[in-house]
Each structure stands twice: as structure tokens, then as C-alpha cells.
Design a protein around this ligand. Structure first.
Ligand SMILES: [Fe+2]
Ligand SMILES: [Fe+2]
Length: 173
């Protein structure tokens, strides 16, 4: 019989691909070779205010990176406060982005809004797992948060970006 922790990993993996990283986090594996996190150039949104909000998310992760460099054993509390900050900035960004989408009559606003809810729930789940000791507060977790923000939050806006470009939307929000 598999241990409870393994069963949790399997259950979460079914509904949340990001949890495939759980075992690596357990080991403390760190693929991080970046001195600081930067957004890929092809993720630029043509709307400066939304773009600035995306960059603000990465700035929070870079602040976390700075902090764990100066602390030998980062605490769970440190990462919980980082997650709180991300959740707050992310929540404000989602509200703003959905307002902009509605204003431009973006046809996929409904599914995109659901995707935003999913991202928020995923962040909440990571916080729960951190509190339960299932995730360790380390550099690997920061790298995973960065991947999640880039792939599930910022790249997920790619369809909206294409819509804006195809409809010659003015570049002010
Ligand atoms: Fe966005
Ligand atoms: Fe979005």
C-alpha cells in the first residue's frame, strides 16, 4: 500500500499537473540557474498596464529570491507571505484584465475567467500544502512558482494578445 503522502501526490497530479513537481520539491532539487527571473520577450502584451501587472508578479518572485539568498533556512512563514502577496496582486490583475477583456468584447472572456479562478485555486492549494508540510520552502518552489506564473498566468493570455493584434485594438487600457 502506498504511503498517504504518495497517494496525495497521485491525487493532485490528476487534477493539477503542477504537482508533478512534488517529489523534486521533497528532494530540494533546484534547476534554478537564473540570477533573477525575467519574462520571455514573446510574452509581451500590447497593453502597457496589463503588461506592468504581469511584471509586478515576477518582481515579487525576485524579491523572494533576494530574501532566500540572505537566509540559510527559509521559513514556511516567509513563503506563505510571498504567496499572500502573489495572490493579492494576481487577484487585482485578474479583475482588471477581465474588465479590459469585457470592454473589448473579447469572445473567450468566460473560459478565460474560469482559468483565472483555477490559477487562484492552485495558488491556494500550494499554500495549503506548504502549511501541511507537503511542500518545502526552498528555491525549487520559487522556480515552480515562476514557471506557473509564466505558463498558466502570462502565456495563457496569448489568445487575448492575438485577438488584440487581429482587431487593431489601441494600446491603452
Ligand atoms: Fe494576465
Ligand atoms: Fe489572464
Amino acid at each position: 500500500m502506498r504511503p498517504p503522502h504518495k497517494r496525495t501526490i497521485d491525487a493532485l497530479r490528476e487534477i493539477n499537473p503542477v504537482t508533478t513537481i512534488l517529489e523534486q520539491n521533497e528532494i530540494g532539487d533546484c534547476r534554478g540557474v537564473m540570477d533573477f527571473y525575467t519574462l520571455p520577450a514573446n510574452c509581451q502584451l500590447p497593453l502597457p498596464e496589463l503588461q506592468a501587472e504581469h511584471e509586478a508578479l515576477v518582481t515579487i518572485l525576485n524579491q523572494g529570491l533576494e530574501t532566500i539568498r540572505s537566509v540559510s533556512n527559509p521559513s514556511v512563514e516567509l513563503f506563505l507571505s510571498l504567496l499572500d502577496k502573489l495572490r493579492s496582486v494576481l487577484g487585482a490583475h485578474f479583475v482588471h484584465e477581465e474588465q479590459v477583456m469585457a470592454r473589448h468584447h473579447y469572445p473567450n472572456l468566460g473560459p478565460h475567467s474560469l482559468h483565472h479562478d483555477f490559477c487562484t485555486a492552485r495558488l491556494d492549494r500550494l499554500g495549503d500544502m506548504l502549511l501541511a508540510g507537503q511542500l518545502k520552502p526552498n528555491r525549487f518552489m520559487l522556480d515552480e512558482l515562476f514557471d506557473m506564473i509564466v505558463d498558466d498566468v502570462i502565456r495563457a493570455d496569448g489568445d487575448f494578445k492575438t485577438f488584440l493584434e487581429n482587431n487593431d485594438v489601441p494600446t491603452s487600457t
